[in-house]
Design a protein around this ligand. Sequence first.
Ligand SMILES: NC(=O)c1ccc[n+]([C@@H]2O[C@H](COP(=O)([O-])OP(=O)(O)OC[C@H]3O[C@@H](n4cnc5c(N)ncnc54)[C@H](O)[C@@H]3O)[C@@H](O)[C@H]2O)c1
Length: 398
Amino acid sequence: MTDSLGVAVIGAGMAGKAHAAAYRAASTVYRPTLPSIRLVSIADINTELGAETAARYGFERHDADWRAILDDDRINVVSVVVANFLHREIVEALLAAGKHVLCEKPLSDSIADARAMAQSARAASDRGVLARIGYSFRRAPGIAFIRELVQSGRLGEILHFSGRYWTDYACRPDAPMSWRYQGGPGSGALGDVGSHLSYVAEFISGDVIEVSGGRFHTSITERPKPLGAVVGHTRGNVSDETAPVENEDYAAFSARFAHGVGTLEVSRVAAGHPTSLMFEVFGSNGAARWDQRHPGEVQVIVHDDDDALTGYRTVQLGPAHPGFAGGWAMDAPGVGVGQNDLFVHQARAFLEEVAGIPESESLPRCATFDDGVHNMEFLAAVAESAAQGGATVTVKEH
Ligand SMILES: NC(=O)c1ccc[n+]([C@@H]2O[C@H](COP(=O)([O-])OP(=O)(O)OC[C@H]3O[C@@H](n4cnc5c(N)ncnc54)[C@H](O)[C@@H]3O)[C@@H](O)[C@H]2O)c1
């Protein structure tokens, strides 16, 4: 196993800081012991933000230009956490320079670029260089537990899945224009949070086969131009001038999966829901549900109980559930788990794979770029369905 790994994060925005914090904490969760992790660089064109983030999370330096990372032999592992349209150029350059890359979702803003990136990832893999994509929810203990219930047959035959990812970052008209509102249909709420929900839906219900009933809607069609840097979901500090919103605030569709059918709905204008990924899966012997607002618990119903006792029960997650025991410093039932923890587990899973720790001793591996392409093909089918007035569209086999 390698003695030490040098890490860099490109992008110090909302999710970039989560990656920086995660690399810092990755050695403190789970076993076996990771190689020593050297926190080397945070790269962001916003130098003030880059400097502040590097100082805050203990990185040695910040770079105004991400290209400074390419030639730095001390850096082995890089997270790419910038706007989706920038992913391809940066990821391909990093892979060519021999850096292991963890790219944020969605893989890109276009399928053509995503496919090219997957091709670059395969070529890099032949040289022992890893390219992975972060779908952090796959390691949420509640979601992993429900997947186990499904796969073990405990819920019986899976009949249907109902999932929503409601957010409210765009519900106020003074949320400024940013990269999130630019790009074609499907690159709005669907690409942003629908990439997570669709990934979770397949994680639970198996591969998607076809989608139908696609509907997109843009509620706020113009946004004010920002007067300063826009980071994450910041609001205010806007000009009187506006620019057109190019993609959807809302998307809904139904789908047929390998196991059952379902409906999925995403929104960035759902007031009161800063980030609410929630789903319910129904089987012939019970059902289960998970809600991001209460991520330390799941609700389960199984029909094995007496009729008089049959009903949803709330189960507090703990060491009996996947990914919990030996994970946190305090891994007792009921201590909970939050979205920031999922970034730590994701960073750890990636570092374990880079370090050559066998899969059997590691957290579940991160997804591949081929998985990232499939996810984009799934979402592109939804966009095609919406463009064709809700027609049924087959999704290419995974
Ligand atoms: N997994 C998750 O839960 C999650 C959550 C949020 C965002 N994301 C993903 O993370 C990525 C970034 O999203 P965000 O919300 O952090 O965006 P953001 O707008 O908050 O931050 C992006 C950062 O990139 C910087 N930047 C822009 N151009 C750059 C360049 N050429 N070189 C270096 N830095 C540059 C900006 O200055 C900004 O600080 C996206 O792909 C998004 O989909 C994932």
